[in-house]
Design a protein around this ligand. Sequence first.
Ligand SMILES: [Zn+2]
Length: 379
Amino acid sequence: MIKIFDTTLRDGEQSPGFAMTIEQKVTLAKQLERLRVDVIEAGFPNASPDDFEAVKAIAEMCQQVEICALARCHSNDIQAAIEALQVASKPRIHVFIATSDIHLQHKLKITREQAIERAVAGVSMARAFTPLVDFSPEDATRSDREFLVEILTAVIAAGVDTINIPDTVGYMTPQEYGELIAYLRAHVAGIERVIISTHCHNDLGLAVANSLAGVLQGAKQVECTINGIGERAGNASLEEVVMLLKTRRDLYQVSTQVDTTQLLATSRLLSDITGQDVQANKAIVGRNAFAHGAGIHQHGMVSERSTYEIMRPEDVGCATTQIYLSKHSGRHGLAHRLKALGIVLSPEEMDEGFPQFKALADRKKQVDDSDLMQLFGTG
Ligand SMILES: [Zn+2]
């Protein structure tokens, strides 16, 4: 089983245009629970009073799922996380510290030794509250590998149950990211006792590919977001990760507990709340993800869906395959759509009507049902 760690409400919410009110966060969290993700990262309690209240409210409302709060390795952050998670049935704390020299020197202005000390102190404080503690070495993919091994070995000894490897800047390729996970598995003492998690950003469009490369090397948790939202170009898209694992189970040999029939509803809810639609051709949840435009494709789909469909739309909660009509549609596509509207044409009627349909399709880009009713309807 692969755990799905959703960070829509934390990494996603902090990106421009995706801010949500506490009520909106709770509504989305309830839907994430319905979707059956394993972990909801609900926010960063010490970032603002609103973040604190949101994590607290979600912890109260969602008792079936692990609720996670983010904290730097500072006692104030961890204390705020502990307080926000008091009522959670499965509280998880995600502590992080940057480990790349760039971040240590220019952002934190501390030495590697001080970073290890802070990481261990932070983990120990979180661990005293809950056994569910996640540690992230921020900017892991640009960190010195020997130092990564050192700090991860130390936090595992301090009691984390998960180590998360962020490609914070979205720089990796799948091969490199997979190799990094394999390297850590081979060199970090005690790593077999913890879950390895991926957290990949999409700056070069590789977030999903990198996450799955991690899974192939033994990662058992993927951090991801609905619609792939997140810092800059976003995170790995939850719906793509989940449907990849389901559709290519032959290759990955693992599953998730996600109820995939809730994917589209969750995506739409996030779009409604934030007013940010996904692109029409977005995999899995885009408006066109199950729409077939070309006449040849429509003909194939009408005869046998598997000709052009690798997933069933109902598996992601989409009512039906969309056959929209355009100048590319053929007679089969037209007849199929008319039949769905209760209109059956004789061959003569089709001979007469088809050129009229083509003329209309040339004028309009997409022909919808009301156009068809005007052309072919009896009343
Ligand atoms: Zn991130």
